[in-house]
Design a protein around this ligand. Structure first.
Ligand code: SF4
Ligand code: SF4
Length: 220
């Protein structure tokens, strides 16, 4: 059975910056939270979030007999402009290695995702122990920060001792992103898409720029 250690070695061979695993399951807590968030209208004009909710909450609906979600991170620095293509091709390379070494079989349905399907990517990254959702609503990896793209490979085989526990938030008492947000879109535990300039103009990354976990990154 595939161990996390072996998976990390194989992922690093294909240029993935970090990888984690989680048992595939319906994310009941997240489903409740998202349903409430959507019902309160905080998703603004992202009406696509109202659709396909069952698919979004349960990877087994997308990949029959799914057992493991392998979550891969690729930093902006290593992904170039076409990050979909860059990350997807690494997911294919990783899957090929896993098949070659007998850890999984080829899937006859789409099982690699990167912004391409209703999939709770940030939540799965947390589930896989890769970081936490910061007050800026981004996935924050403790050493890579938040300038990372997330991709998933869903397989129908189990993986040895998946972490099963989410990484704890290290935001602590920091509120830099809340204070810096020009739209007052952020609260201690909430994000109002209707006020977020990233969703209105696609041009705001202030809450990531001020985050201390991104301090090691010179400029994006
Ligand atoms: S992207 Fe900009 S507007 Fe949106 S939450 Fe972050 S700082 Fe606020
Ligand atoms: S700026 Fe501070 S509060 Fe906001 S996400 Fe980063 S560490 Fe968390």
């Amino acid at each position: 059975m595939l161990s996390l250690e072996t998976l990390k070695t194989l992922a690093s061979k294909v240029g993935i910056d970090d990888v984690g695993v989680a048992v595939a399951r319906r994310l009941d807590d997240e489903a409740t939270f998202m349903d409430q968030w959507i019902n309160h209208g905080l998703h603004g004009n992202m009406s696509y979030l109202e659709r396909n909710r069952n698919l979004r909450y349960d990877p087994g609906q997308l990949v029959p007999n799914a057992q493991t979600v392998i979550v891969c991170l690729l930093t902006y620095e290593h992904s170039g402009h076409d990050y979909h293509r860059a990350l997807k091709s690494k997911l294919y390379e990783l899957e090929a290695l896993l098949i070659e070494q007998g850890y999984c079989t080829a899937s006859d349905t789409q099982n690699k995702f990167c912004d391409s399907a209703p999939f709770l990517e940030r939540r799965w990254a947390v589930e896989a122990g890769l970081g936490w959702i910061g007050r800026n609503h981004q996935l924050i990896h403790p050493t890579l920060g938040s300038y990372v793209h997330i991709g998933e490979l869903v397989i129908t085989e189990p993986v040895e001792a998946p972490s099963g526990k989410s990484a704890q938030s290290l935001c602590g008492t920091c509120t830099r992103c809340i204070e810096a947000c020009p739209g007052q879109a952020l609260g201690q535990n909430e994000w109002d898409a209707r006020k977020c300039k990233a969703y209105i103009t696609h041009k705001c990354t202030i809450c990531q720029q001020v985050c201390p976990f991104n301090e090691h990154i010179k400029s994006i």
